[in-house]
Design a protein around this ligand. Structure first.
Ligand code: 4AD
Ligand code: MG
Length: 465
């Protein structure tokens, strides 16, 4: 393995001063007669390392004109405590090798700042920017925090299928998976004959691993999934992706109240872990112009204080008596729109809020029916600025009630036979939820567009790179 030291290790005082080797990309190169300075980044830290080069260094004069922004180099030399203000260490170069040039005439990422829109069209270079580097490191730290949270609490990490033949959310927003020739699929009586397709029936990319998660929880008690999910909804918003990552815990013997507690504890624990492990990244991101002042302090506060919880019915009352005119009129039975969610979080509660017991008609078939016959044991966790980051529920564990629900919603009961059998044999109360990983990342990083927290976002009209 190469023995290059990561700049992060240096910045975090984990490397003693002395001889070592570094490799990375040049941020800036300033030359003068007596001394040259190179700001080097290797993508491991928000800080660059200052390299100090004696212009007399053998070979330097030849390569110096090529050491432009974006050029990759490796160097060996001496890490020393810096005499200069504003940096702890600097690096005195003893040997420098140019790895790859980046012609200043054509390299798109010059020193000046770039708009996030511009970077979205250059996803192949985006990870080299300070902002995206920080976001991607937070993303990695958050994924680790998720695994750590559940593993330490006796949950098993399981992988549910990406290709499937049932629609968990029943919303019909699925991407087809087929090996048919799109120009000429086999037909019988004019209809496409899926029995000749790869899976012998219509198949799609999953919208959620929940149903299979329930199967596993009915055997292992507490499980979680963490995988990609796909939605073919034509939502060109700053909060929707066609491919996003979801964390879905599913717990046998949990009821709605337990589910609410777990969701809050989970979000807060992950927040606290990331606030600690990615402190420098979050601080850097919070200082960007698009982030509201006080963002970091607020995250710390949220990670420590109890989330509000309110019934859907009370939320509707609050909205109705708010004196606000909403674009989408409020009345009992409506699905909360993002303007409603934002009123609740940003103006009413001024923090996260869990809304529970939604009307059954606006929620998925699998949610447990309440005694009132009108509402289900659903829970959505809403946060300021974004609205929903978690959707979950206690599941309907009663065979007859579930069958009735499936029929009433016009779903094909045949295709849910196995889901129904879970209720026939050893059924237990159970519950779970799904956290949109990118929504959590937006919340923490302060990024305003979900496309900027996903390395390779997919959305209507875009699946490049
Ligand atoms: O509320 P949703 O649709 O719930 C489910 O899929 C359940 N099966 C989860 C469960 O109970 N196991 O989605 C869950 C979360 C949302 O709260 C949101 O954070 C995120 O997934 N999400 C999206 N994130 C990005 N782009 C999209 N198009 C999203 N749709 C949902
Ligand atoms: Mg939802």
């Amino acid at each position: 393995m190469p023995k290059y030291v990561a700049i992060r290790e240096i910045v975090e005082d984990k490397v003693p001063v002395g001889a070592l080797e570094l490799a990375g990309w040049i941020r800036t190169h300033r030359q003068s007669k007596r001394v040259s300075f190179i700001e080097l980044s290797d993508g491991t830290s928000v800080s660059n390392l200052q390299l100090v080069v004696d212009p007399q260094l053998p070979g330097y004069a030849d390569v110096a004109p090529k050491l432009a922004t974006g050029t990759s180099i490796k160097v060996s030399g001496e890490l020393v405590v810096s005499p200069a203000k504003g940096q702890k260490y600097e690096f005195q170069v003893k040997a420098l090798e140019l790895l790859g040039e980046a012609d200043p005439e054509s390299y798109p990422l010059q020193k000046k700042g770039h708009t996030l829109e511009f970077l979205r069209e250059n996803l192949h270079l985006r990870p080299r920017t300070a902002t995206m580097g920080a976001v991607l490191r937070v993303r990695s730290a958050a994924a680790f925090a998720v695994h750590r949270y559940f593993t330490e609490r006796g949950f098993y990490y399981l992988n549910t299928p990406i290709i499937g033949t049932s629609d968990c959310e029943g919303a019909g927003e699925m991407f087809r998976v087929s090996t048919f020739d799109p120009e000429n699929p086999p037909r019988v009586n004019g209809k496409i004959d899926f029995s000749q397709d790869f899976f012998k029936e219509p198949a799609s990319l999953t919208v959620s691993g929940q149903l299979e998660g329930e199967i596993c929880a009915m055997g292992l008690s507490k499980i979680y999934t963490f995988g990609p999910t796909f939605r073919a909804e034509n939502s060109n918003t700053t909060r929707h992706l066609a491919e996003f990552w979801m964390i879905e815990p599913e717990m046998a013997f949990y009821e709605l109240a337990d589910n609410i507690d777990l969701a809050q504890d989970f979000v807060q624990d992950v927040m606290r872990q990331v606030l600690k492990s990615s402190a420098s990244e979050l601080e850097f991101l919070a200082s960007q112009e698009w982030v509201e002042p006080g963002h970091l302090e607020n995250l710390h506060k949220v990670s420590e204080s109890t989330f509000s919880c309110m019934d859907y019915t009370d939320a509707i009352k609050v909205l109705e008596s708010s004196g606000k005119t909403f674009e989408y009129p409020v009345s009992w039975g409506i699905d909360l729109q993002s303007e409603h969610e934002r009123f609740l979080t940003d103006e009413y509660v001024k923090g996260p809020v869990t809304v529970v017991n939604y009307p059954k008609d606006i929620k998925a078939f699998y949610m447990r029916l309440n005694e009132d016959g009108k509402t289900v044991r659903a829970m959505d966790v809403l946060v300021p600025r974004l609205g929903e980051i978690i959707g979950g529920s206690q599941r309907e564990e009663r065979y007859d009630v579930l069958l009735e629900k499936i029929r009433a919603m016009g779903l094909d009961e045949q295709s849910y036979w196995w889901y129904l059998e879970l209720r026939k044999f050893g059924t237990v109360p159970h519950a779970g939820f799904g956290l949109g990983f990118e929504r959590l990342l937006m919340y923490m990083t302060g990024m305003q567009n979900i496309r900027d927290v996903m390395p390779f976002p997919r959305f209507p009209g875009f699946a490049k790179f």
